[in-house]
Design a protein around this ligand. Sequence first.
Ligand code: HMG
Ligand code: MG
Length: 298
Amino acid sequence: TQPQRVLIVEVGPRDGLQNEPDVVPTDVKVAWIDRLSETGLKRIEVTSFVNPRWIPALADAEEVMRRIRRAEGVQYSALVPNVKGLERAAAIGVEAVAVFMSASETHNRKNINKSIADTYPVLAEAVQEAKAGGMFVRGYVSTAFGCPFEGRVPVEQVREVSLRLLEMGIDELSVGDTIGVATPADVHRLVDLLLKDVAIDRLALHFHDTYGMAIANIYAAMEHGVYIFDASSGGLGGCPYAPGATGNVATEDVLYLMRGCGVETGVSFEAALGAAEFIEGALGRTLPAHNLRARRGA
Ligand code: HMG
Ligand code: MG
C-alpha cells in the first residue's frame, strides 16, 4: 500500500558536497542550508565529522554546524565514522548523527579503512555513546545493491549488516544504492526481505541516479509502504570511494513525482528549486536535477 505522505531526508550538503573537487566556501554552504531550511524539509544532513584528510571538502564541519540557522522542527544531522567523530559532533551540540558502513568488504575497506568485522565494534561504541547522549542515530548500509569493486552484493549480506546495525540500537536504517545500479526488481527483492525484520518507520532508502533508475526505484519502494527517502538538492552527490558513482536522486525530482502522484511531502517545490538554483549558481556548473533543466528550458 502506497504511503500518503513521504519524508524526504535532504543529504545534499553532506553527500552532495563531499565529492566536490573545489572547496566550497563555508559561507555558501551555510547560505544554502539556510535556504533548504525554509523549504519545509524536516531533516537535513549537514556535514560529516570524518577525518578531514579523507574528506577535505567537509573539513569545516564544526563551523557549518555552528553557523546554520536552525528552523523550528527541523532535524540537523551529521555523519560520524567513530567515537572521535561523535565527540566532535557532541561538543557543538549536534543532536542527530549517522554511522555508516558497507555491505561489501572492499568498499568498506576503501571507505573507512577497516574490514566489515572490525567496523562493527567501532560503530557499536559510537551508537552506544550517541544513544546515551540522547541523540537520534541513523545507520547507513552502503553498496546495498552493488559494489564498484565486487559487483552484485547478495541480499543476505545486506540483511546481515542491517540487522547488526539495528542490534546496536540505531533508530533508523538507510539502505544505500551507492553507485546507482539498482532497478525496481532489485528494490522489490531487497525491501521484501528487509521488511520481514525492519519496521517500516525505521527504513529509509538512499538512491543515487547513476543509471537513471532512482525515481523508478523510489516508486517501487513506495509500493511496499516505504516512505522515508534520501535526496539531494540539485542532484549533487557521489562517494569519493566509489568510482563512477554520480549524484543522489534530486530532491526536486522526488518532489515532482510526489506532487504528481498526490503524495504529501510538506516541502515547497518552488522553494526547493530556488535552493537548488542557488547552489548551482554558486558552483558555476549545471547540476543533474531534471527539474532544473526543465525550468531553464521554460
Ligand atoms: P583511519 O585512518 O583508519 O583512522 O581512518 P584511525 O582511527 O587510524 O586514525 C587516523 C587519524 O585519523 C588519526 O589522526 C585520528 O585522530 C584521525 P592522527 O593521529 O594521524 O593525526 N581521525 C579523525 N579525525 C577527525 N575526525 C574523525 C576521525 N577519526 C579518526 N572522526 C576513518 C578511519 C573512518 C576515520 C576514515 O577512513 C574516514 O574519515 N573516512 C571517511 C570516509 C567518508 O566520509 N566517506 C564518504 C561517506 S559514506 C557515503 O558517502 C555513503 C552514503 O552516502 C550512503 C550511500 O550512498 O551508500 C552514506
Ligand atoms: Mg550516498
